[in-house]
Design a protein around this ligand. Structure first.
Ligand code: PMV
Length: 351
């Protein structure tokens, strides 16, 4: 029974096949398909509490009060769920990331996925991940993918994401090389609109992205790492080339980003399997079969300009958290519902 409170946890995801650009149909649908890996080590935890004594929604993110566009986007998501449930109360949202926010990693995917699930629970609404994926997608398209664990696709002009392979499908590690960044990058939504409006390469991107997506998808399903690396890097670099051709150009790279994408293929040629990708920021994410993760971490940590390296394995679907105690300490409900020993042994068995 809903008592106006909900708590959920969702993991960030990184696209192996990128989307960049919204469909002319509107509704925040994407122009091209994308395919991502959910990451276990980049998590957002969110509590939503509806209350009679609030006049507006309030939110705190990592201990700081949200305002402006950030708060508006939270309210817009809550409004959609309120409308569906005939709810009028406003809500207090508390959310934090368990990864360093200073790292400049996009947290909107895990953030909106956790918010959709926690708010829906608080209102006694649906917990169906397909529907919550659509709710989250309307706020941030990449968030649609964070409702699911493992490898997840979001079709072009498609309402909800769907998982294509589970968390334990392939033992890969994603190393996030955090590049010490300078000025704040252009926000993704504005960057996409600007690219679509001014880049002569945008049409070619929309035409070619589905082929790269298919190649990534096939390589993931067949666990062919070399094919994945080729398709994944082409997807990321074509996306960035499209932005670089915008007028004025959108440049998310920093010097270290360029040094890394020059060096990484040489490490690969010398026998270290890896595949890189970059999003709307200077960080480089490097995927590798897990047995090579420690060697690659060492090299990345020593690389000039890399501040830190965050290692992530394939992560689980978004899930509810127990409502007792602090948000920080709350266990996932799926684990809390089972005896501790069973929960511990199944976590230990996951590879
Ligand atoms: O949906 P947004 O606004 O989080 O934009 C995501 C854009 C990329 O991360 C660059 C690509 C992707 O498919 O996630």
């Amino acid at each position: 029974m809903a008592d106006g409170v909900g708590r959920a946890e969702a993991c960030a995801n990184i696209a192996l096949a990128k989307y960049w650009g919204k469909s002319p149909q509107g509704g925040n649908l994407t122009a091209v398909p994308s395919l991502s890996l959910t990451l276990d080590n980049l998590r957002t935890r969110t509590e939503v509490r509806f209350s009679d004594d609030l006049e507006t929604d309030e939110a705190s993110l990592d201990g700081r009060p949200a305002s402006g566009r950030v708060l508006t986007r939270i309210t817009e998501l809550l409004d959609r769920l309120r409308a569906a449930q005939g709810e009028t109360r406003r809500a207090r949202v508390v959310s934090f990331n368990d990864f360093p926010t200073a790292a400049g990693l996009a947290s909107s995917a895990s953030g909106f996925a956790a918010l959709a699930m926690a708010a829906s629970q608080a209102l006694g609404g649906t917990l169906d991940p397909v529907i919550l994926s659509s709710v989250a997608r309307q706020s941030s398209a990449s968030a649609a993918r964070s409702l699911f664990g493992g490898f997840v696709e979001l079709g072009a002009e498609t309402d909800s994401a769907r998982p294509i392979a589970p968390q334990d499908h392939w033992d890969l590690t994603m190393l996030v090389a955090v590049v010490q960044s300078g000025p704040k990058p252009v926000a993704s939504t504005g960057g996409m609109v600007h690219t679509a409006a001014t880049s002569p390469l945008y049409e070619a991107w929309v035409r070619s992205a589905p082929g790269m997506f298919e190649a990534v998808r096939r390589a993931v399903l067949e666990r062919r790492f070399e094919d994945l690396a080729r398709a994944m890097e082409q997807s990321a670099l074509t996306m960035h080339a499209t932005m670089l051709a915008a007028q004025p150009p959108i440049v998310y790279f920093r010097g270290t980003t360029v040094e890394l994408i020059d060096r990484l293929p040489r490490w690969r040629d010398a026998g270290l399997p890896l595949a890189f990708t970059m999003d709307a920021g200077p960080n480089v994410k490097v995927l590798t079969p897990s047995e090579h993760a420690s060697e690659l971490t060492r090299r990345l940590e020593e690389f000039p300009g890399v501040g830190s390296v965050i290692a992530c394995r394939p992560g689980p679907a978004a899930r509810l958290l127990e409502l007792t105690g602090s948000l920080e300490a709350a266990r996932p409900l799926t684990e809390a519902a089972r005896p501790l020993t069973e929960a511990a042994s199944s976590t230990g068995a996951r590879s």
